[in-house]
Structure formats: C-alpha cells, structure tokens
Design a protein around this ligand. Structure first.
Ligand code: SF4
Length: 394
C-alpha cells in the first residue's frame, strides 16, 4: 500500500486532529510522484493489486487537474504486460465538503475509492468537526455525501466515535439508513501526537465500545440496509483463516506501507508517524524519494532503530497476547503514543480494533453453535472450527 500526502493542508480544523501541519498549503510535485512510482514499479516489490491512498490533509483541497495529470502519469508507468502486471486502485479519504459534480465525474472516470468522514447526525458531527472559525461542517459534508449517493457512486463512511456516540448505536444506525449509507467504518477518538483523548483514560472504554459494536452490528445485520461494518467484516477473515496461514500485519513490515509526505519524505510502518519530530528515531523518516532510491530507503528501514524496537514489541505480543494470531503485533504508532515506546504490547487501540471484534465474532459463533441441534454440531460446526484458528478466549 502507498499512502501519499498530496498536501498537509486541511480546509477544516477538527478538535481531535493529529496532523501537526494542517495550515500548510504545500502541494506535492508531479516530479516527486513520478520518481516514487518509477522506483516502485522498477523494484517489483508492490503487490499486483496496488492501493494508492491520497490522505493526511484534505486531498480534495488540491485541484482535479493535479490528480488527472498524476493518475495519467502513473497509468503510463504501470507495468501492464509481462509476467507481473500491476493494477492500481486510487482512493481518497475526504471530509466530503468539496465534493461537487466535477469530482463525481473524476471519481467515475478513474474508479476512485472514496471514504467520507462524517461522525453521525449533526449534533455529534459538529461537536468536533469544525471550520477554523468554529462553525460546524455537517451541512457541507452531508451535501457531498448526498451528491455521491444520488449519482449512484459507491463510497464508505468513516465515523469517529466519541463519548456521546458510543452511547448511541441505534441513533447512528438510523442516521446511516436515513441517508442511504451502506458501508461504515468506525474509529474511536484516540490519543495521537499532540491530541490526548479523555476517552482513553477511562477503564470502562472497552466495555462501552464492546456494547456499542455488538448492538450496532446485530441491529445492522437484522435490518440489512447497512451491509458492511468494517470492524467486523475485516476481522472475520482474520479470525477464520486456513490452518497455518498467519494474519498479516503490514504495519510491522519494512516498507509494507510506503508513506510519502508532500515533500517526498518517506516513512513506513504506521502512516501517522510521518510528520512527527522525534530525536531518538530521526523524526521517523527513512529518506526522501527525490534524493534516494527505494532500495536505499528500504535498507534504511531495515537498519532503523524503530524497526528494531517495533520487532521487539511484536515479539512481546507473540509471547504474551492471546490475540496475536489475528493481530500480528498491532499498530506501532499507538504503542508509541499510548505506551511511550514501540517495544511494548497492549494499547487501548488494539483492545478496540483487535480484541473486541474478535470476542464479538467468537461470541456469535458460540451462540450459533448453541442454537444448533446436538447432532448437527459434529457434522457442521466441528470441521469449521478445526479449519479456523481463533485465539483462545482470555
Ligand atoms: S492485540 Fe495488542 S497486545 Fe495483542 S498482539 Fe495485537 S498489539 Fe499486541
């Protein structure tokens, strides 16, 4: 996966935003994008299906003409024939406020994946997602969402859950259904960079989130109109996977993710590390794609002090965590910002993204098995259970 910051600038100023440089209007140059993809395609290190996510600032603050030129150039560079053809899927994560007809046409033209950040109904959304002058952004965001919906363009919604929305799974579902939204993803407001969430200080967060997600998931499945809940639907194949196949975690692999800022600086591991200052870890940077080859950046990654410490954290997870087989060692950025070090294990983030979804899936499996007549368990549930590798329950 490649994550590119087209600009650090964002047209709004959410209270929980972790981006340190969001007033800076710098835009990545076409030559930087060209160098990046020339190097990447020559390396052959990418997957045949390559996702390019334009994020970390508001991507639609950069004109369509920029992307038209960049996408066409990437298309020219993309290996199309031979033994290793590459398919590229571009995606944007946007606050949705600038989506107009021209953007919809562009999305269609390039089959762009679109995620819109909206935190639920107006009162929940406007509590945190504000303009620089402090006004709510709900009206403009929902206009963008409706435009996508009315043109029939597929998209997903990303909602940050805070103290209030965690108590409102029914209202959140009713909101999505009323707006014709059928793919949803949740993030829980977290501590990253300079932003410290008061949510993560409470011992009862896990229980509150578990209650929210269980209620939302069960109601959504029963209703049928919200068809995809990322937290569960992405966890399912990690829990039920073929025997011997390990769940992959690209956040702990050198250049598993290539994260590039608008100046060409490259980092890896968790994308949120890009942009932070840290003397011990060289600001989490591995090089600059304008001045170094990808091979040099890879070597810097392998030799980096932060990979050394990230690996120690993964080994500690492997030794001590019941969920390691579905998680693979977590998100380094959350270990660093929550625990103060990479060579650590449990974070609130992994509790929410790994432990709670896994527990809910196993709970549902348990209930399903209990609902079956006794003699069907031997013929149906037993083979399924033996081919999966769910973690032991804690
Ligand atoms: S769930 Fe947390 S503690 Fe467990 S393996 Fe993942 S990151 Fe490590």
């Amino acid at each position: 996966m490649v994550i590119i910051q087209p600009t650090p600038f964002c047209n709004i100023n959410c209270s929980y935003c972790y981006l340190p440089d969001r007033s800076n209007k710098h835009v990545i140059s076409q030559s930087t994008v060209t160098k990046l993809f020339t190097e990447l395609f020559a390396s052959g290190w990418n997957n045949p299906d390559l996702t390019v996510l334009w994020h970390a600032g508001e991507p639609l603050a950069v004109p369509i003409a920029f992307y038209r030129e960049a996408f066409a150039m990437i298309e020219r560079l993309r290996p199309k024939d031979g033994p290793w053809p590459v398919r590229v899927k571009h995606s944007f994560q946007t606050n949705g406020m600038l989506i107009d007809e021209a953007w919809c046409d562009f999305f269609k033209e390039w089959n762009v994946g679109v995620g819109v950040s909206i935190d639920g109904p107006r009162e929940l959304h406007d509590a945190h997602r504000k303009t620089r002058s402090g006004a709510g952004t709900f009206d403009k965001t929902i206009t963008g969402v409706r435009r996508l919906r009315d043109t029939g363009y597929p998209f997903h919604i990303l909602s940050v859950l805070g103290r209030a929305s965690l108590e409102m799974p029914e209202e959140m579902l009713a909101f999505y259904v009323s707006e014709g939204i059928d793919h949803v993803c949740f993030n829980v407001e977290e501590s990253e960079g300079d932003y410290v969430s008061d949510l993560f200080q409470g011992a009862e967060l896990r229980q509150r989130y578990e209650t929210f997600l269980r209620t939302f998931w069960h109601l959504a499945r029963a209703d049928g109109r919200v068809k995809f809940v990322r937290e569960i639907d992405h966890a399912l194949p990690r829990v039920f996977r073929p025997e011997g196949v390990r769940a992959r975690n690209i956040q702990v692999e050198p250049l598993g993710m290539i994260n590039v800022d608008s100046h060409g600086n490259v980092s890896s591991f968790s994308p949120e590390l890009l942009g932070y200052k840290n003397a011990d870890y060289g600001d989490f940077l591995l090089g600059n794609i304008n001045r170094q080859s990808l091979a040099e950046i890879y070597r810097a990654s392998v030799d980096s002090a932060f990979l050394r410490d990230i690996k120690k954290g993964v080994e500690a997870c492997r030794a001590h965590c019941e969920y390691f087989s579905v998680c693979g060692g977590g998100a380094p950025v959350n270990k660093f910002f929550e625990n103060g070090r990479f060579d650590s294990t449990t974070t609130s983030f992994c509790t929410l993204t790994q432990m709670v979804p896994t527990d809910l899936i196993l709970e549902a499996l348990d209930k399903f098995e209990q609902s079956l007549p006794d003699d069907s368990l031997a013929t149906i549930a037993q083979p399924a259970a033996s081919s999966a590798q769910p973690p032991r329950m804690p």
